[in-house]
Ligand binder design. Structure first.
Ligand code: PGA
Length: 252
């Protein structure tokens, strides 16, 4: 089975209503002029602009939230439910981004609940994993990856696991301008695929889309995407410029 190629833009806490609309429009126009049939494009704007960005999509891209509550509904002030996202036309949700893990205390256990909730609600989770600089330096990065995968994902049934997209984002490469080399990224991606194969089977492992994230930009995307086990990217900074983002999409 041919796995999906995906380029997703994580806008983080950037844009306002006007600039979000402009950015979405510019990306949409660029994709109209230079369409891509082989790559699924996803935009992840901040919560308040999801409806607006979904409104200008015209099927050129899908929309993702950057986080979601594990709860169904009720007295959880300030939280956003899967059902709310669904009702806005959102199809994906980024879960476990390293900034959520580091600044908001999200653990693998909590993320297991969020992933489950997303799947139950027909939202595709883009589950993020990745090691810190110390963990890389002390050569523990593969163990960290294994833990992040096994606790949050490996209790899923084979069918449900098949709905998940995984993003490998080494924390030391996010927003730092320092990118993992294609070899470093490929090593971890191949390891992730091997773990999936051991836990489930080869068919599932081969069908899972694995995205790379961390200072991915027009200048390095091609080399990264050329790696056997890299099926696309989760883009931060470079996703805020329509030109850069579409150049990354067309790197495939
Ligand atoms: P970056 O962010 O591309 O700005 O490094 C990637 C991410 O955090 O998803």
């Amino acid at each position: 089975m041919q796995r999906k190629k995906i380029v997703a833009g994580n806008w983080k806490m950037n844009t306002n209503l006007e600039s979000a609309r402009t950015l979405a429009n510019n990306i949409s126009k660029a994709l109209e002029q230079n369409p891509t049939e082989t790559v699924d494009v996803i935009l992840a704007p901040p919560f308040p602009f999801l409806g607006t960005v979904a409104g200008v999509a015209e099927e050129k891209y899908a929309v993702a939230a950057q986080n979601m509550s594990q709860h169904e509904a009720g007295a959880y002030t300030g939280e956003i439910s899967a059902d709310m996202l669904q009702s806005l036309g959102v199809q994906y949700v980024i879960l476990g981004h390293s900034e959520r893990r580091a600044y908001y205390g999200e653990t693998n256990e909590l993320l297991a609940e969020k992933v489950q909730k997303a799947i139950e609600s027909d939202l595709v989770p883009i589950y993020c994993i990745g090691e810190s600089l110390e963990e890389r330096k002390s050569n523990q990065y593969l163990a960290v990856i294994e833990q992040q995968l096994s606790v949050a994902l490996f209790d899923l049934s084979e069918e449900d696991f098949g709905k998940v997209v995984i993003a490998y984002e080494p924390v030391w490469a996010i927003g730092t301008g320092e990118t993992a080399t294609p070899e470093q990224a490929q090593e971890v991606h191949a390891y992730i695929r091997k773990l999936i194969q051991e836990k489930y089977n080869e068919t599932v492992a081969e069908a899972t889309s694995l995205l790379y994230g961390g200072s991915c930009k027009p200048g390095n995307a091609k080399e990264l995407f050329a790696q056997e086990d890299i099926d696309g990217g989760l883009i931060g900074g470079a996703a805020l410029k329509a030109e850069d983002f579409t150049a990354i999409i067309h790197s495939f």
